[in-house]
Design a protein around this ligand. Structure first.
Ligand code: HPA
Length: 275
C-alpha cells in the first residue's frame, strides 16, 4: 500500500476532524519501548493507526500504534506512539507517511527516538545519545517521482540534525545531570542483527550506533524543511564488544529502552518547553 498524496491528505484530514481546531508545531516519533512519553501528553486525543486511512498497523515488538495529539511542555504536539519499519515489508512511502501527515498538520520540528545497538566501545547499555549525523544504508525514501508539494528533488543533508536543537539538548542534559553522548547513527534495513564483521566495519567508517529505523523519517522530514532532533537509547552492545553473552534479542532491547525512556521523556519535555 503505497502512500500517495491523496493518502497523506486524507490521513491528515481524518486527524484534523478528530482533533478539531488543533495546530501542532512539534511532531514526535516514539521508537521501540519509548512510547511512555505518550502518557505524559496532557488533554490527549488518542487515534489508533487502524482508524487512520492509509496508515498500516505497526507489527514491531514494543510498539503501540497510536497518534496522540495534546499538550507537552506547554506546546501543541502530535506524537506517533510506534513507527513503521522497512523490515516489516512496507514500502518506504508507507514507512514515512506519518512525517508528511504531521507536516500537513503544521509541524516545524520533529523529535525522533529509537532503540539502537552501540558500535562505540565506550557506550553502555542505557546511554542516551544525541544523533549528530547518520549514514544511510537503507533504500532512500525519496526515490521515485519527486513530491514537489513537499520539497526539492535533491535536498541538502549537511545539517540533517539541527545544531541548535543539539545544543539545547546538551544544555538540558546538564540541568538534569544526565550524561548525554553524541554519535553517528548507521541505518540498516534489518531484520537480522549485525555480524561481528559488519559491526567492525560500521565502527571503522565512523558509526557509534546501528539501528533499523529513523533515517527514512529524517530524510523525509528534511525534504520538507522540518527541523529534526534525534535521540538513541543504547539497548545492547554490538557483539564484538560483548563476546560473553549475546544480548541481541528483542526482549532485552525493550527492557533497556524502558529504563532510559523516562529520562528521555523528561529531556524531550524540557526541550519542547524551551522552543
Ligand atoms: N542492531 C540493529 N538495530 C538495533 C540494535 C542492533 O544491535 N539494537 C536495537 N536496534
Amino acid at each position: 500500500m503505497a502512500a500517495n498524496l491523496d493518502n497523506i491528505k486524507s490521513a491528515a484530514a481524518h486527524i484534523r476532524q478528530r482533533t478539531g481546531d488543533f495546530h501542532p508545531t512539534i511532531g514526535i516519533i516514539l521508537g521501540s519501548g519509548l512510547g511512555k512519553l505518550g502518557e505524559q501528553i496532557k488533554d490527549p486525543v488518542v487515534i489508533p493507526y487502524r482508524d487512520i486511512p492509509g496508515f498500516p498497523v505497526s507489527t514491531a515488538v514494543g510498539h503501540k500504534g497510536n497518534i496522540i495529539c495534546g499538550i507537552l511542555g506547554g506546546k501543541k504536539v502530535v506524537a506517533m506512539q510506534g513507527r513503521f519499519h522497512y523490515y516489516e515489508g512496507y514500502p518506504m512511502e508507507t514507512v514515512t507517511i506519518g512525517v508528511r501527515v504531521m507536516k500537513l498538520l503544521g509541524i516545524e520540528y520533529l523529535f525522533v527516538s529509537n532503540a539502537a545497538g552501540g558500535t562505540n566501545a565506550d557506550y553502555k547499555v542505557g546511554d542516551l545519545v544525541i544523533i549528530k549525523d547518520h549514514i544511510n544504508m537503507m533504500p532512500n525514501p525519496l526515490i521515485g517521482p519527486n513530491m514537489e508539494e513537499f520539497g526539492p528533488r535533491f535536498p541538502d543533508m549537511t545539517c540533517a540534525y539541527d545544531l541548535e536543537l543539539q545544543a539545547l539538548a546538551e544544555r538540558m542534559g546538564i540541568e538534569m545531570k544526565v550524561n548525554l553522548r553524541k554519535g553517528v547513527y548507521f541505518g540498516v534495513t534489518g531484520p537480522t542483527y549485525e555480524t561481528p564483521a559488519e559491526v567492525r566495519f560500521f565502527h571503522e567508517v565512523g558509526a557509534d550506533l546501528v539501528g533499523m529505523s529513523t533515517v527514512p523519517e529524517v530524510i523525509v522530514a528534511r525534504h520538507c524543511g522540518i527541523r529534526v532532533f534525534g535521540m538513541s537509547v543504547v539497548t545492547n552492545f554490538s557483539n564484538i564488544f560483548n563476546v560473553e553473552r549475546n544480548l541481541n534479542d528483542g526482549d532485552d532491547v525493550v527492557h533497556q529502552a524502558d529504563i532510559a525512556a523516562s529520562q528521555m521523556s523528561e529531556l524531550f519535555r524540557r526541550m519542547i518547553e524551551e522552543l
